[in-house]
Write a protein that binds this ligand. Structure first.
Ligand SMILES: NC(=O)c1ccc[n+]([C@@H]2O[C@H](COP(=O)([O-])OP(=O)(O)OC[C@H]3O[C@@H](n4cnc5c(N)ncnc54)[C@H](OP(=O)(O)O)[C@@H]3O)[C@@H](O)[C@H]2O)c1
Length: 305
């Protein structure tokens, strides 16, 4: 994907999350990246300490602020709705104000969980959100806060089914670990989406950042996932095939497809979570890599035991 010249000073919040780490890897060689973790900016404190953060950010003079930080524990959010709302919703209003005040482009990552998943065709940016759970509701609140602030330049990138080689909770790492520990595994086969590699998300953010920096009218919500569709079961099959091909030794002998109702979770998940990525394809003139192709690459990046 062609990139052009990146804005030069980029502040990344949540720098050690899956997407945060991928962003550091992709942007690091081409710009001055200022990585912030929770110890430097805890989003729960942001609204109360707005002036202190405003001063810090004025000193750093970032061209872009990327928010890779979030409350991502989908099930736990059902028990901690206020905390999820504070981190994913309320804090975004403050972050948008900060970006607006210092004239930085704000980049934020959102989720397919803003939709209910009752549909049968890929969700577009203008489809009506209707989150099923607390996590999705809190992420939608964050999106709305950014749009309401009216920043000159912003990007809200909704993505889905994010995985990575990094040591953060994600489906790829969990499957590879369980495949080494167990002979039989059951995986849900009636939820479908597009598994998306964190590295590909970082590349697309870089490319969109360049375009929005040049042309602020391109600001807005974008959907991005890897191409193709899979159930969690299909994804698991592919993970084990690719892991074996890459030389991993697994204990697993049997993978059993099950229904969502046989694996109850506190938060309801969207059954159909496919995003329509037409807008990003048009603006960047590219086709997102197929999920299986990216999976193969990600597996080569996994640290072997
Ligand atoms: N994972 C998915 O499948 C998925 C799907 C769609 C969209 N998304 C969105 O994509 C974005 C990145 O997700 P990810 O998978 O990279 O998440 P992740 O690996 O869980 O990373 C989230 C980061 O946020 C930090 N964080 C949590 N609470 C914080 C707080 N109060 N203040 C500051 N930082 C805090 C975490 O730090 P600590 O570890 O120190 O708490 C961590 O570094 C999120 O906005 C998420 O909603 C994710």
């Amino acid at each position: 994907m062609a990139h052009g010249t990146l804005p030069q000073r980029i502040l990344i919040l949540g720098c050690w999350g899956q997407v945060g780490r991928a962003l550091q890897l992709v942007l690091g060689p081409r710009a001055t990246v200022i990585p912030w973790d929770k110890s430097q900016c805890d989003l729960t404190h942001l609204p109360l300490e707005l002036d202190r953060f405003a001063q810090a950010i004025q000193t750093l003079k970032p061209d872009v602020i990327i928010n890779g930080a979030a409350y991502t524990a989908v099930d736990r959010a059902e028990e901690e709705p206020e905390l999820a709302q504070q981190i994913n919703g309320t804090a975004l209003q403050s972050l948008a104000q900060l970006a607006h005040r210092c004239g930085a482009t704000l980049v934020h990552i959102s989720t397919d969980y803003v939709f209910n998943g009752f549909g049968h065709r890929p969700y577009g940016e203008t489809d009506a959100p209707d989150p099923l759970g607390i996590y999705g509701r809190s992420k939608l609140a964050g999106e709305k806060a950014i749009v309401a602030e009216g920043c000159d330049r912003y990007l809200i990138l909704r993505t889905a089914w994010v995985y990575s080689e990094y040591d953060r909770p994600n489906f790829l790492k969990t499957m590879v670990r369980l495949g080494q520990e167990r002979e039989v595994l059951q995986v849900v086969a009636d939820q479908v989406g597009s598994p998306t590699w964190a590295r590909d998300i970082a590349e697309v953010i870089a490319a969109l950042m360049v375009r929005i920096h040049q042309d602020p009218s391109l600001s807005g919500i974008y959907h991005y996932s890897n191409s193709g569709v899979a159930s969690w079961y299909d994804f698991a099959v592919a993970i084990f095939e690719e892991a074996i091909a890459a030389g991993w030794s697994l204990k697993l002998k049997q993978l059993i497809p099950i229904a969502t109702e046989d694996y109850p979770t506190p938060a309801q998940r969207p059954a159909y979570s496919v995003l329509n990525c037409h807008k990003v394809r048009q603006v960047l003139q590219f086709t997102p890599p197929h999920w299986h192709q990216s999976l193969r690459q990600a597996i080569t990046q996994l640290p072997k035991p």
